[in-house]
Structure formats: structure tokens, C-alpha cells
Design a binder for this molecule. Sequence first.
Ligand code: PLP
Length: 218
Amino acid sequence: MKEHWEKIQNELNGNAKLIAVSKTHSTLSILNVYGWGQRDFGENKVQELLEKQAALPKDIRWHLIGHLQTNKVKHIAPFVALIHSVDSLRLLKEINKQALKNNRIIPFLFQLHVAQEDTKYGLTFSALKELIEDPSFVELRNVKPLGIMGMATNTSDELQIRSEFQELKNCFEIVRSHYFKFNPDFKEISMGMSSDYPIALQEGSTMVRIGSALFGER
Ligand SMILES: *Cc1c(COP(=O)(O)O)cnc(C)c1O
């Protein structure tokens, strides 16, 4: 509903960007939200993303927010606006390769794992440092790191959620000051979903990925 979209935009207050997570929702409901002015949409599955991208207006910025398999990168490389879920050097090398083929530089975020659930993908802090320090990392000229992405544990314990967002923010600050001090583009922290985005905003989120609070329950 439009009131929900306006309420969220007011809460963001220009400090963070809304990624409308449209997974499982029809192209018609996406067009509805598009009509209010929303241009950034997020999907977690490549196949669904491809179908929607083909059917919908070409000025939509598509964000891949779910786990990405190496063999699927080639399909989204021509158009994807931001990949939130880079969790290995192997994946990043493939994105770089496909970006080069498409004569593009593809922006991405490192996905960090801080939640308690072991079902969630992402790099540990030490794996992230290892990735960045790998000699081949600096040779990847067709990808551009913009920051980090992470998810908090799915729990009603606000203190736990808050401390996980703080952990993400801390990791971001350390990584930025160690490795990306001279890269002004490295400034994004993608954290916060429908159930926890107000906490994420208080803890420094610059991008919230919101589905059900915008489109209704899936
Ligand atoms: C589905 C999803 C979201 C949005 O979840 P809601 O609870 O519907 O807001 C955010 N991030 C990722 C990675 C998702 O898969």
C-alpha cells in the first residue's frame, strides 16, 4: 500500500535507500510500487529476476540480494545494478569475468555472516579479510566494492538484533579504514528488513531491504 511506502520513506528520511524486495510478487504489484516512484527493487532468485527484468520498465535498478551461484552470474551481468551477496573470491572472479564480457563495472557488497542461524550465507570477518588480502583481489578491475550486507538473527530479542547490527557496522568501519580508506564509494551498509529495519537505521544502515512491510505477506 502506498501509505506503507510513504511511511517507510519518511522513516528513512533520505539517510538510507529503500530496496523494495519484490520476490514472489507479480509484475503487476511491482508496477504499482513503481508508479509511486520506487526504482530500486530486490530479488533473491536469478530466474525470477530475469523474468521480471524482461517484463518491466528498463529504468528499474535491480538488486540481487540472495545467494548467487557462480554458473548463474552470466545471466544477470548485463543489467544488475548491485549484487548484495558476494560471499567468496571464486564468485567475485566470475562476476568480474562476466562484467568484462559485458563491458561493465559491476558494483557489489560483501555479505557478512553475523546471525546465529547457520543457515545464513556470508563471510566471517576473518574470511572477508582473507579475501581482500588475496593477491588476485586487486586485479579484479570490473567489479566495484560499495560496502557490506548482512542479516540479523530472526528473533524477537531486540538486544540481540541490535548487537548484530552493531557488529556489522564495526566490521564495515574496520574494513573501510584498513582497505578502502581512499575509496569514497565504499560507504554502504545494507542491513534491515521488514521486522528489524528501525533498529538497523539507528545502527547506521544505508540500505534497507524491505518486502512484506511494503507488499504484504508472502
Ligand atoms: C526476503 C528478503 C528480505 C526482505 O524480507 P521481508 O521480511 O519481507 O522484509 C531482505 N533481505 C533478503 C536477503 C531477503 O531474502
